[in-house]
Design a protein around this ligand. Structure first.
Ligand code: FES
Length: 107
């Protein structure tokens, strides 16, 4: 299992907000809501849209793909709305001493 990798300071991410990061050569989106952080792939499962450019809906706990609007659960990566039908990968994210750490989910 990969190690946790530092990607940013929590204070460098807007609240609420998101940040594109690269972990082990993979692009991921780190999402901040208050002191909580989440991480999902920067890839929409519909047609590869960059989720980091999408709209964050804190109340709905979702991030919308900027291409055709599919929404993904920021905690689980689950596809919530069409046209996406498959989940994008979710990764472990945590904050330690103000630093955001991410561990990739290999699955
Ligand atoms: S590429 Fe994301 S909804 Fe189509």
């Amino acid at each position: 299992m990969p190690d946790f990798v530092p990607v940013a300071k929590l204070s460098d991410i807007a609240d609420p907000g998101k940040l594109l990061a690269e972990v082990d050569e993979q692009l991921v989106v780190v999402i901040r809501v208050g002191d909580a952080v989440y991480c999902i792939d920067d890839v929409c499962t519909h047609d590869g849209g960059p989720l980091s450019d999408g709209e964050l809906d804190v109340a709905g706990c979702s991030l919308a793909c900027p291409r055709h609007g599919a929404k993904f659960d920021i905690k689980t990566g689950a596809a919530l709305t069409m046209p996406a039908t498959k989940a994008t990968r979710a990764h472990e994210a945590k904050v330690v001493d103000g630093q955001v750490l991410v561990r990739l989910n290999d699955a």
